[in-house]
Design a protein around this ligand. Structure first.
Ligand code: FEO
Length: 403
């Protein structure tokens, strides 16, 4: 079976979706599966742009063979040498032994690490600013290191003005027939999954993502073709996702409001976290979001920590450390270098509350973090004194949000 889709003259999508996978990279929950995009242009020479994951190998091969319709594949451009896009290269070589891989020096090193029998004669090395022609189409290459791996590059089809951007501008989730963002029924959900994808997969490398974005800032783009998720083709959608990426890459919050994340063992910390949320809501703060760190996967929380200007971490003390699920989240948050947030802390402890101090020592490593006082201490359960401190904290958070 094949299911290729024509995107333009001699230009095809030859990807597919994996509806069965539960964890992307064996880490991230994907309740709506995962799409792997690959693109084929049949010019005087034929050129494939990126491959796919092994889970859709048969479908991909059927798509490629159907589009080629008896022609051979001349080139495969590799924008990203991670296995979710490269698992089919040996399959291609078996069918098209004269095919050459096009990639930068790092790409070719990785290609030969993953596939030890590939030789230099089967590769063409390109660098920043190089172009490559297949006849009517000319492709320009822009290096985008660390947007996700060091070898990543973007390829720009100067003829169709199409940008092939590897993982960038991608998202979690299968494609359900509709390939284009403007065709999706639930665009907000898709943006949330695009944000969760970027922040978790690439979000640590904001400055590198920013450098890559700048290269495309003044180039006319009719279509953005990522290796995951929907294709962007309407100018307003392309502008919107570019603006989102500029915020994400620079750790600029999208929402001036409060995200409260709590780790609660028996529910006492949770009660106080909700009390704070109610106080903030009564003062007029909208769009408050709350997460129980034991219930939501940290990838969803991290995504919203990129999104919100103000964050409250409320955490029980556990075996003289912070509650483990909170520690996992904070390690990830700090590792991603999310700067410029305004943060308040709450701790619980029945005999030796430690979580506040431990959380602060991690969070202090982040650039331009501002802590909002007071630190709330809950001794087992809330009391009058605790709620008075919550009143003071909610007022201080409110003042900060207002500013
Ligand atoms: Fe979709 Fe970084 O691979």
């Amino acid at each position: 079976m094949n299911n290729e889709v024509k995107l333009g003259d001699n230009f095809y999508w030859v990807g597919g979706s994996d509806y069965r996978l539960h964890l992307f990279e064996n880490t991230f929950p994907i309740p709506n599966g995962m799409a792997y995009n690959s693109y084929l242009i049949c010019d005087d020479k034929t050129v494939l742009i990126d491959g796919v994951d092994s889970s859709i190998r048969d479908l991909f091969i059927a798509n490629v063979e159907s589009v080629l319709d008896g022609r051979k594949l001349d080139y495969t451009i590799i924008n990203h040498m991670e296995p979710d896009h490269c698992a089919v290269f040996v399959d291609l070589l078996m069918r098209y032994p004269d095919m050459k891989f096009i990639g930068n020096k790092k790409t070719i090193t990785l290609l030969k690490q993953f596939y030890r029998k590939i030789t230099d004669e089967q590769t063409i090395v390109v660098k920043e600013g190089d172009t490559f022609s297949t006849g009517k189409h000319s492709f320009a290459f822009y290096m985008a290191p660390m947007v996700h791996w060091p070898e990543v590059m973007f390829t720009y089809d100067t003829t169709n003005k199409v940008a092939f951007t590897a993982d960038a501008f991608g998202g979690f989730g299968c494609l359900n027939g509709n390939l284009f963002f403007d065709e999706l029924v639930d665009k907000e959900t898709y943006i949330n999954e695009a944000r969760r994808y970027y922040t978790n997969i690439v979000g640590k490398y904001g400055s590198q993502a920013n450098n890559a974005l700048k290269k495309f800032a003044n180039i006319e783009i009719n279509m953005i073709c990522s290796v995951h998720g929907a294709i962007w083709r309407k100018s307003e959608d392309i502008n919107m996702i570019f603006e989102k990426y500029q915020k994400w890459a620079n750790y600029i919050p999208e929402i001036n409001s409060v995200c409260i994340v709590y780790g609660s063992i028996y529910g006492n910390t949770e009660i106080v976290a909700h009390k704070l949320a109610q106080n903030l809501a009564q003062k007029g703060i909208s769009k408050i979001k709350m997460y129980d760190v034991s219930k939501a996967h940290y990838s969803y929380i991290l995504s919203d920590l990129f999104r919100y200007s103000h964050i409250v971490f409320a955490c029980s003390t556990y075996t003289n450390e912070m509650f483990l699920n909170m520690e996992t989240l904070l390690n990830d948050f700090v590792s991603h270098g999310v700067s410029g947030r305004k943060i308040a802390l709450m701790q619980n402890g029945s005999w030796a509350p430690q979580a506040g101090k431990l959380m602060k020592s991690k969070l202090e490593k982040l650039k331009d973090t501002e802590f909002i006082e007071p630190l709330i201490t809950i001794n087992s359960t809330h009391d009058e004194e605790c709620y008075m401190a919550i009143d003071e904290l909610s007022q201080n958070i409110y003042n900060s949000v207002l500013n």
